[in-house]
Ligand binder design. Sequence first.
Ligand SMILES: Cc1ncc(COP(=O)(O)O)c(C=O)c1O
Length: 537
Amino acid sequence: MTSKISSWTDISGACPLLERLAAPERRRNSGGYIGFHMPGHRGGHDFPPELRTALSALDITEISASDDLNAPGPALRAAAHLAAEAWQTERSYFITTGSSTTIKVMLALAPGPDGRLFCSRAVHQSVIHAAALLNIRPVFLPDDLNLETTTALLSAHHDESGRSAFLITSPDYYGRVVDLRGIASLAERERIPLLIDAAHGAHFNFAPDLAPPPATASGADLIVHSLHKTLPALTPASLLHVASNSLFAADFDDEKIYHYLRIFQTSSPSLMVAASMDYARYYVSNHGGAAIARVHEELLELNRSLHDYGYIPEGPLPRSAYPSGLAERDPIRLVLDCSCLGGGFAMAHYLESKGIYCELAEPRRIVFLPSLGQPAEDFRALGKALREYAEQFQRKGCNGDSKNANGGDGKNGNCYGDSGSSNDNGNDGVETDIPYLSRRDIDEIDQIYVSMREMPADCEGRAEPHLMLNLAAATALPLSQAVNRRLATPLIIRPPGLACRWPGEHINADELPALTELHRFFVQIDGITSGSARVLL
Ligand SMILES: Cc1ncc(COP(=O)(O)O)c(C=O)c1O
């Protein structure tokens, strides 16, 4: 037996994960795989060929011939400087363990340990983790960021010792942005740092005519960008920016940032990922504007071709559609409301049978993330498959009003999606047919989402993120016995992955039917395992 493996066939059947992950690439090469999902380098095809082949050679440790992401040398400093120029910030930092790390570093800077964080309930889970580790107490802002309520909350809860910060997520998973002007003025007036989780918006800076105003120019102090989400960078590439004109720029200095980075990041951060970030910065600075305009136009054309097929395109929208004159949505994120067409799950299943993979399917919507280099034929193929799907749905006579999910009343054979004519792309992983959801079901699920996201009055002020650090102190109880007890873990509704309960809060008895209902419709809740939640007795 030789010690060197010379071909894939030598290890056939021996490396199950490797083989699973390599399969899409094989299919892509034969035209059987089209991805509209992260990361934004499209299986490496959006990298120049030399970079693609060199990637493993760039995976190098901190030696004199390379650099050190936790203690930068000249090359990293130069690359970070170029990033700061590109995003027009005071300073920018390369973080190669994801925005989940960057968010922890950011919250360690502001509000800092034991501080108050004014934020929405529905934050990315890394915010809850950071709050747990740093013993930060959340104060929940209204979803619409109503300034009167926000100001009242601020005067009631502001930490006079100066350890408060605002955190806003913008854009969200659907590419919608928050108008930050009011909150930025309030933060400036009260001298409270404003932090923006703009993980999904790193490309906005480079298409000022099409994209919403970028977070880095919003009056915020610290901003997080995930580069792999929308740019050609490897996963998990993230930038932390200190905004130019931040009142706190001197406070958020290199020494503090690298100190917290060393605490929250591995001691072996990936120089390969960092090198891909350097490339993404170069690419988007020089070609981003044209690439975004092209993809935007492709998506508008695709949306036009879906007219009369029952889809309700939510984004992207033409610039003229915004009454304020400012874009309010990501110009390159395709979001389709498919509640008249059986919902997102059956649709995603059908598309997969055609070799087309979306970023996110949920009961009401389906979300696609094209890469900046996505070829025109991919948009054609997606449009064709979406039209065929809608025709098939209409042919089956599902008017969307029957109640038909698993176990629902009136389940009938006409109302199941199928996976197309055949599994003709050699796809594995397309399992049984998925039932269409009726419009009534989808409206009901939406109601549950809305009501679960709202905090019950008796949970007010009870969030204690640190409780999640001691799982041993918690007991798993069936939901019916877990009601009214303090949760030891957050509850996160997936898709799309947003918190509906924080540790320390509780589930009310009248919410049990809704939680069971969500499960019936394939919606998962992290924090509930086999019908049980971990609570403190
Ligand atoms: C809004 C938001 N913030 C932060 C993150 C964390 O990013 P990462 O997965 O790079 O750690 C995500 C991930 O999906 C996200 O959606």
